[in-house]
Write a protein that binds this ligand. Structure first.
Ligand code: NZQ
Ligand code: ZN
Length: 389
């Protein structure tokens, strides 16, 4: 196990009705907030009205900024930044999923920064301070409710990039699994793939003697695999929704990554897909992850065989570890397919013509290489994407 520091300061309030405490929770931090949300879902479900009432009851003044799109855009971040600066708003309240939360965090980092905020996603500057953010979560997926990351799309540059800073971990996250019952089946499935990917990016590691976190990873994956079909079968199944929601947070608050090297190549590759084709992040991961696995499993077949056996109950064949490993990858792919996700680029309507461009862009950040488990250059990324056609 490697040395590590772990601090997750986000206060989590979980269960039925917790969104109605948002006024009280927010009032601890500010008396004026930017209320940030996405498209129609929070309005249609009545959630936004309840949040407004709760804020008003607690004496918190709010200014609204809706319209966050999935794969949130820099342009709206800049708009939010201007509003906060002009109206001296010291706190951002995100009501929605990963996209809304990421947009809120990006505004939070941009407001006190004197330069061009995109610097943060070009890695030429890091935030030295940021406004505090609070969250009412509506979809278990990105884990942004407790993570320090914000992933933003610069549509002009056709780039989607992540920024991570401890300063960006939300002050609180209110998580009511009932709010996720209105999710379309496809979004529930995309969320599941993202949660699983967050675990797998950490699970496939070169670090030895990490049994505790290995087992936590396996438990998280198995919980998602058993509960997502239940939630798809019956969207009102509170127990299943609650399991998925809590698993989604634990998958990405970095508890599961403590003391171990992590990979993150699949996320890097997926972000290029989302940047060019605006595909849902989880759907992109369902395509990229199995293809990445087939490319790298020979690096440590025993780890992949363990994954197959522990997570998908594949019979462990000590005389043919490779067969066990490949069976596990096949079962992961079948699971994604069964819950309604694409597992090939063609199934998502993505053509081959821009694969070399995506491969090149995805490796720019890491000095030409990405991935902690296996280092990949742009030719390797290209072959992963081509194998996913
Ligand atoms: O905009 P509305 O109308 O709210 O609709 C949303 C959106 O269309 C809908 N939705 C959300 N909650 C709903 C609902 N519909 C009905 N009922 C509800 N309760 O779902 C759609 C997707 O929402 P979005 O916020 O985009 O989903 P998700 O949480 O998967 O976030 C994806 C974004 O997070 C980034 C991804 O790259 C992507 O941009 N990520 C952020 C991370 C982080 N900050 O730590 C890590 C992740 O790896 C990921 O990269
Ligand atoms: Zn993700």
């Amino acid at each position: 196990m490697l040395q590590f520091e772990f601090e997750n300061p986000t206060r989590i309030v979980f269960g039925q009705g917790v969104e109605n405490t948002v006024g009280r929770e927010t009032a601890r931090h500010a008396s004026k907030v930017l209320l940030h949300f996405g498209g129609a879902s929070a309005l249609k479900s009545g959630l936004l009205d309840r949040v407004r009432s709760s804020l008003t009851e607690a004496g918190v003044e709010y200014r609204e900024l809706g319209g966050v799109q999935p794969n949130p855009r820099l342009s709206l971040v800049l708009e939010g930044m201007k509003i906060c600066r002009d109206e001296k708003i010291p706190f951002i309240l995100a009501v929605g999923g990963g996209s809304v939360i990421d947009s809120a965090k990006a505004i939070a980092a941009a407001v006190p920064y004197a330069g061009d905020p995109w610097d943060f996603w070009e890695y030429s500057a890091s935030p030295e301070t940021a406004l505090p953010v609070g969250v009412v979560l509506t979809i278990p997926a990105a884990g942004s409710e407790t993570s320090g990351s914000t992933v933003i799309t610069n549509a002009e540059k056709e780039l989607k990039r992540g920024l991570t800073s401890q300063l960006l971990r939300p002050r609180f996250a209110l998580m009511n699994p009932e709010l996720t019952m209105t999710l379309p089946a496809y979004q529930t499935a995309c969320g599941a793939a993202d949660i699983m990917a967050h675990v797998m990016e950490r699970y496939f590691t070169n670090t030895r003697d990490v049994e505790f976190t290995d087992r936590l990873c396996e438990a998280t994956l198995k919980t998602v695999i058993s509960n997502v079909p239940r939630a798809l079968e019956n969207p009102q199944d509170y127990a299943a929704r609650a399991e998925i929601m809590w698993a989604g947070t634990i998958a990405h608050n970095d508890l599961l990554g403590t003391g171990r090297e992590q990979d993150w190549a699949s996320h890097g590759i997926e972000h290029e897909l989302s940047a060019l084709y605006d595909i849902a992040h989880g759907a992109g991961l369902a395509i990229v992850f199995p293809s990445w696995m087939r490319r790298v499993y020979r690096h440590d077949p025993a780890r992949f065989a363990r994954f197959a056996h522990e997570v998908f109950a594949v019979e462990y064949d000590p005389f043919n570890i490779e067969r066990t490993a490949l069976e596990g990858i096949g079962r992961l792919e079948s699971f994604f397919r069964r819950i309604g996700l694409p597992v090939r680029l063609s199934e998502a309507g993505i053509p081959a013509d821009r694969i070399p461009e995506m491969a090149r862009k995805s490796t720019l950040k890491g000095g030409g290489m990405i991935g902690g488990f296996v280092k990949l250059d742009s030719a390797a990324v290209q072959s992963i994407l081509e194998a996913a056609l």
